[in-house]
Design a protein around this ligand. Structure first.
Ligand SMILES: Cc1cc2nc3c(=O)[nH]c(=O)nc-3n(C[C@H](O)[C@H](O)[C@H](O)COP(=O)(O)OP(=O)(O)OC[C@H]3O[C@@H](n4cnc5c(N)ncnc54)[C@H](O)[C@@H]3O)c2cc1C
Length: 415
C-alpha cells in the first residue's frame, strides 16, 4: 500500500489526485494553499510527469502560444505568470490578443508551471503510474494503480480525456501498419516526417490548422482535408460562459448527466473553430502554395505499399506517404478508467457521464448519496459548461472542491 501510514488519529485528510495535468496540478496547489491537506498526505497519480501530456500535445501540433490570456495558468494568483515573465525580462513572450489579455508563449506557460510545481515540491507527491480503478470503502477510497493500491479519504479525478480520441470511420478499416495516425497518439512525432513526404491532414479546426502551417515546407506536399468551411472564433465559447453564473442559469435546471445538458454544452462550444491569429497564418500559407486544400470528404482509404490512398466523395483520389487525423478528442467517459467505474456504485448517465453534484463536483452514488470521489476537467462539462476542460475550468473546479473539502475537514472528528 502506498500513501501515508498514519494512525487513525488524523486532523487532515489523505487526498489522491488522479492525473497531473493542468487540472491536477492546480487542484493540488489549491488544496495545499487552503491547508485542506498536508503535503505528506497528498498523492498525484500520473504516468507522464506533471503536465507532461499537455506539453506533448502542444509540441505534437506545433502550438507556440496559448489561446487563453496570461491570467489562465496553474498557480492561484492570476498575475503570477505575468510577474514571473516580468521578473525574468520575458515580457515579449506575452502576445497581444484581440479579446481579453495578452497570451503567453507555450515556453513561458510551461516554464512558469515548472517553477510553481517546484515551489510546492509537487514532484515528491507523484506516484508514477496509471490508475486502473477506484473502490469506495466505508470511510475512504482505494485507488488501484499500475504500481499498487493507495488508500485515501478523498479521490480527485483529473484525467482530461484519458487518451480518448475521435477517428474517422474509414481509419478503422485500415491495417494497423498503415501510415495513419491521430495527432494525439502518444507515439506521433512530427519531427520524423520526411522532408519530401506527401502528408495529409484531416480536420478543419485549430489543431489541423496549427499542424499544417508547422509542417509545411517547400519540399513537402501537405494536403489539408477540411470538409466544412473554416470557422473563425477567438474563444472556445462565448465569454458569458466564463462567468459561471450563466452556467447555473443555462444548465443546472436540466437533469444531471443528461442528453439535454450535453446538447446545451455542445451548442455553446465553438468546436472546430480557429482563432484569428492561427487563421491568419493558415491563410498566408494557403496563399503561398505551402498547403493545398481538399474540400470533399474522404469516404474510402486503402493501404498500398506503405502509402495510404484516400478517395473523396467527389471522386478525387490522393496517394499519401502519411495521414494525420486532427479529428479531436473522443468521449472522456469511454477511457478505460471511466469504464471501470461501471462496476462501482457511482452513478452515470448519458453516454457514461458522471452524475455530479452541481455545488461540489462530488460524484453521486446510485442511491443519491455523495461519494468520496470529486471530478475536475472535461468530465465536468455538464456542471461547469463549455470552459470546464480549460484552465479557467480548473480554477472554478478548485473553488468548489476546496470549499467542499474545507467543510468536510472542519467536520472531521479525530477517532
Ligand atoms: C494543443 C492544445 C492547446 C490548448 N490550449 C489551451 C489554452 O490556451 N487555454 C486553455 O484554457 N486550454 C487549452 N487547451 C485545453 C487544455 O486541454 C486544458 O486546458 C488542459 O490541458 C486540460 O487539463 P487536464 O488536466 O484536464 O487534462 P490533461 O492536460 O489531458 O491532463 C490529464 C492528465 O491525466 C493523466 N491521466 C489520464 N488517465 C490517467 C490514469 N488512468 N491514471 C493516471 N493519470 C491519468 C494524463 O497522463 C494527463 O497528464 C489546449 C489543449 C490542447 C490539446
Amino acid at each position: 500500500m502506498q500513501g501515508s501510514n498514519r494512525s487513525d488519529v488524523r486532523s487532515s485528510p489523505r487526498v489522491t489526485i488522479i492525473g497531473g495535468g493542468v487540472h491536477g496540478v492546480h487542484l493540488a496547489i489549491r488544496l495545499l494553499d487552503a491547508n485542506v491537506v498536508e503535503h505528506e498526505d497528498l498523492r498525484i497519480v500520473e504516468p507522464d510527469g506533471l503536465l507532461g501530456g499537455f506539453r506533448r500535445k502542444c509540441r505534437q501540433c506545433g502550438v507556440e502560444t496559448l489561446r487563453s490570456p496570461f491570467v489562465h495558468h496553474v498557480a492561484r494568483d492570476p498575475f503570477s505568470l505575468r510577474d514571473f515573465a516580468r521578473g525574468r525580462g520575458r515580457d515579449d513572450e506575452l502576445h497581444p490578443s484581440r479579446v481579453g489579455g495578452d497570451r503567453p508563449t507555450t515556453d513561458l506557460f510551461f516554464d512558469h508551471a515548472a517553477w510553481v510545481v517546484d515551489r510546492y515540491d509537487l514532484d515528491s507527491s507523484i506516484v508514477e503510474g496509471r490508475a486502473t480503478g477506484i473502490r469506495e470503502q466505508r470511510t475512504g477510497v482505494a485507488v488501484e494503480t499500475t504500481t499498487g493500491r493507495i488508500e485515501s479519504d478523498w479521490c480527485l479525478l483529473a484525467t482530461g480525456y484519458g487518451g480518448a480520441t475521435s477517428l474517422p470511420e474509414w481509419a478503422g478499416t485500415l491495417p494497423e501498419d498503415a501510415p495513419v495516425t491521430h495527432v494525439w497518439d502518444p507515439s506521433f512525432d512530427r519531427e520524423v516526417i520526411g522532408e519530401t513526404e506527401h502528408v495529409g491532414i484531416v480536420g478543419g479546426g485549430i489543431t489541423a490548422a496549427q499542424l499544417a502551417v508547422t509542417i509545411a515546407r517547400p519540399s513537402r506536399t501537405v494536403t489539408l482535408f477540411a470538409r466544412s468551411p473554416f470557422r473563425v472564433e477567438s474563444l472556445e465559447a462565448g465569454t458569458e460562459w466564463m462567468h459561471f453564473s450563466s452556467v447555473v442559469e443555462e444548465l443546472h435546471d436540466l437533469p444531471p448527466a443528461s442528453q439535454e445538458r450535453q446538447q446545451r454544452v455542445e451548442q455553446a462550444r465553438n468546436d472546430g473553430a480557429i482563432p484569428p491569429y492561427a487563421f491568419d497564418r493558415l491563410r498566408e500559407t494557403l496563399q503561398g502554395d505551402g498547403i493545398s486544400l481538399e474540400r470533399s470528404e474522404i469516404t474510402v482509404a486503402n493501404e498500398a505499399g506503405g502509402t495510404v490512398v484516400v478517395t473523396c466523395e467527389d471522386g478525387t483520389a490522393v496517394c499519401l506517404d502519411r495521414m494525420i487525423c486532427s479529428t479531436g478528442f473522443g468521449n472522456p467517459y469511454s477511457a478505460s478508467l471511466f469504464r471501470s467505474f461501471r462496476e462501482t456504485s457511482l452513478a452515470s448517465g448519458y453516454r457514461g457521464a458522471p452524475v455530479l453534484d452541481d455545488e461540489t463536483l462530488c460524484w453521486r452514488c446510485e442511491d443519491g448519496s455523495p461519494s468520496r470521489v470529486l471530478v475536475s476537467g472535461a468530465a465536468t462539462e455538464q456542471v461547469l459548461g463549455p470552459f470546464a476542460r480549460n484552465v479557467i475550468g480548473a480554477r472554478r473546479a478548485g473553488d468548489l472542491i476546496v470549499d467542499h473539502l474545507t467543510a468536510q475537514k472542519e467536520a472531521m472528528v479525530p477517532a
